[in-house]
Design a protein around this ligand. Structure first.
Ligand SMILES: Cc1cc2nc3c(=O)[nH]c(=O)nc-3n(C[C@H](O)[C@H](O)[C@H](O)COP(=O)(O)OP(=O)(O)OC[C@H]3O[C@@H](n4cnc5c(N)ncnc54)[C@H](O)[C@@H]3O)c2cc1C
Length: 384
């Protein structure tokens, strides 16, 4: 392995690879990406692929709009079809509080020119007659939203990064970070050290452990989310949007010939990747409640993955005060896949030009936690 580099990226998920590609594109020097296992084996391969503009904070909307541009032209740029299906996202409110929040979110989204619709229960019933609507007070729908294929997007970034000259090493774990006089010096691995003045932490749910290697506290917790998929099942002759029962924290969308059903999100952090029977029951109960027809469907399989949760459910991006050359791309809190194109771009700008130009990432600095400047959302954030 190369003993020196200009930039080392730790983590070969969708975030690390997007950053690698954008750095390569900018001819940022000798770039090495280390992945302890196989590319995408972390959260990226367990992700539901959801892409939406319906966020409740300006910063997340900016990341969505910037990333949408890339998803729209992905095949031309990367030579891989990302399988972006614009099926729309439908959020359902069942309490007056939720309805109020949806209205506020819609005002914000409209300010960005996003064509979100506020729907009354009757309209929801008319458009999606298979839904139980007797307890629904309102909904919002946006046709720009949908989902894409995480493995397609990952392989697009990986192939393009390699073509720009990035060296990608799988099966190499970063085991330590060396620093001198408050500057990053090198990354340790069991195959030797790579000296580099810039190191990017793109290690997903393991971000805090990479931080510890550099003597830093990065407030990112791994939280398990379980997902289930039904055997082939037909619900209706129409496009079924990704539908979110906000109150229950449950969502579903089509998946091949069946449906993907969200399972529960753990409350305690862990690295547990098992699938539980209780979670399967909860997913089935939520499904039958909101879509009674799904009683006839059969759950065929399931899996679990880890979200990388930050204290305010927003990413932690940028430099770290007191450790020059250490760059964070962490804490995406369940939406790192959809924001990966823009994250790669802004982190590459930060490293090569000293400042992220496409989007001001200063609100996402790690310093916000110490300063008490957390990003507030009107209600607990929805997580895919
Ligand atoms: C069930 C589930 C559903 C989701 N659905 C959505 C969705 O619909 N839309 C969306 O936008 N997001 C979704 N997400 C979130 C999304 O998957 C993540 O935000 C995104 O994949 C994060 O990418 P990453 O590259 O930061 O992390 P990862 O994909 O986890 O990549 C990090 C990589 O770093 C490697 N690594 C860690 N430590 C080291 C080390 N010491 N040395 C070398 N390599 C190391 C890991 O092996 C891993 O491959 C979902 C997540 C889960 C769990």
């Amino acid at each position: 392995m190369e003993p020196t580099a200009d930039i080392v990226i730790i983590g070969g998920g969708v975030i690390g690879l997007s950053i690698a590609y954008h750095l390569g594109l900018k001819k940022a020097g000798r770039i090495i990406l280390l992945e302890k296992g196989q590319l995408g084996e972390g959260s990226t391969s367990r992700c539901a692929g959801g892409i939406r503009t319906q966020f409740s904070t300006e910063i997340n909307i900016r990341f969505s709009l910037e990333s949408l541009k890339t998803f729209a032209t992905f095949e031309q740029e990367f030579g891989v079809n990302p399988q972006f299906r614009k099926i729309g996202y439908l959020f359902l409110a069942t309490t007056p509080g939720e309805k109020g929040v949806f209205k506020k979110n819609l005002e914000l989204q409209k300010r960005f020119g996003i064509p979100v619709e506020l729907l009354e229960p009757g309209e929801i019933r008319k458009r999606w007659p298979y839904l139980r609507t007797d307890d629904i007070l309102a909904g919002t729908y946006c046709a720009w939203d949908g989902y894409a294929g995480p493995s397609e997007v990952l392989s697009g970034f990986a192939g393009a990064a390699r073509r720009t000259g990035v060296k990608i090493h799988e099966g190499i774990e970063a085991t330590g970070i060396l620093a001198r006089r408050d500057k990053v010096q090198a990354v340790k691995t069991k195959d030797g050290e790579i000296s580099a003045p810039v190191v990017v932490n793109a290690s997903g749910p393991l971000a805090a452990s990479i931080g510890e290697m550099a003597g830093l506290k990065i407030p990112v917790k791994p939280l398990r989310r379980q997902i289930f998929v039904t055997a082939p099942f037909r619900l209706a002759d129409q496009t079924i949007p990704l539908t979110i029962d906000f109150h229950r924290g449950w969502y579903f969308r089509g998946e091949v010939d069946g449906f993907l059903l969200s399972g529960p999100l753990d409350k305690e952090s862990s690295l547990n990747l098992n699938v539980d029977y209780e979670a399967r029951v909860e997913a089935a109960e939520n499904a039958m409640y909101r879509v009674p027809e799904l009683e006839k469907a059969r759950i065929a399989r399931g899996w679990a993955g880890l979200y990388e949760i930050s204290p305010d459910n927003h990413a932690i991006l940028g430099c770290v005060p007191g450790l020059e050359g250490f760059i964070l791309a962490n804490g995406f809190s369940g939406h790192g896949f959809q924001h990966s194109p823009a994250v790669g771009k802004v982190i590459a700008e930060l490293i090569t030009e000293g400042k992220a130009k496409t989007i001001d990432i200063s609100p996402l600095s790690i310093e916000r936690f110490e300063k008490g400047e957390l990003i507030l959302e009107p209600m607990t954030a929805f997580k895919e």
